[in-house]
Design a protein around this ligand. Structure first.
Ligand code: SAM
Length: 222
């Protein structure tokens, strides 16, 4: 878990660089009231996702793992007029909570929450030849990471940004003997990215209000 200094630094960063945000605060409150786990990205991480989407000039964003829509709101706010975000969620209660949060944030017109196992929804999207996405954020069950990465590649174009959350697992990613499905899924993701010539990638460790973890960041080569 992050120590008091790391938490204080995160609070300092948020206090200096983020403005008070009633819609995002209300989303977290609704998530708590609805009994959702507090496993959303942190505020500083959400802002980072938002900035990355803007840097990428993303008009179409795909998110795998909605929860209550906290990261969805950060990402959807980066869209230009006419932009669209599709977010995939297994749990209907999470999805309904997210829809309420997204509507309350004034983003319902550009966010499409699709319910079901993400692997099935992604297969259907590929079969339907949906238009390519400019940015993909993968943050669902870690066991599915390689499946989601391959689907993201099938729904990408040269230049698409792919982000994956929770790739450090408090150092657990180093444990080659682990039988933890989340660590196995994370290590398989690194192997898949490392062996994929279409991707140029790195990963950065994160710590702050959330436990020690990390983001993987990749771009689809032209
Ligand atoms: N991105 C969210 C945020 O930062 O606000 C947090 C997402 S949470 C870490 C992971 C979500 O993925 C949960 O809501 C969970 O129900 C969902 N999930 C788990 N397995 C899934 C699957 N097979 N297909 C789609 N969603 C799944």
């Amino acid at each position: 878990m992050p120590g008091p200094t790391m938490q204080a630094v995160d609070a300092y960063i948020v206090g200096k660089l983020l403005t008070p945000d009633p819609a995002l605060d209300a989303a977290l409150e609704r998530n708590t009231s609805a009994g959702l786990p507090a496993i959303d990205v942190s505020a500083a991480q959400g802002k980072m996702l938002h900035l990355l989407a803007r840097m990428a000039g993303a008009r179409r964003i795909l998110e795998v793992g909605t929860l209550g829509g906290y990261s969805t709101i950060w990402l959807a706010r980066a869209l230009p007029p006419g932009g669209q975000l599709v977010t995939l969620e297994l749990d209907p209660h999470h999805a309904e909570t997210a829809r309420a949060n997204i509507a309350a944030a004034g983003l319902a017109d550009r966010v499409d929450v699709r319910i079901g196992p993400a692997s099935d929804t992604l297969d259907a999207m590929i079969a339907a030849k949906e238009a390519p996405f400019d940015l993909v954020f993968i943050d669902a069950d870690k066991e599915g990471n390689v499946v989601y990465l391959k689907a993201a590649l099938a729904l990408a174009r040269p230049g698409t940004t792919i982000l994956v959350d929770n790739v450090v697992r408090e150092g657990g990613v180093l444990d080659a003997a682990s039988d933890d499905p989340m660590i196995l899924g994370t290590r398989a993701l690194f192997d898949a990215v490392a062996g994929e010539p279409r991707l140029d990638a790195t990963a950065v460790q994160t710590v702050g209000a959330k436990p020690w973890d990390g983001f993987l960041l990749a771009i689809v080569n032209g």
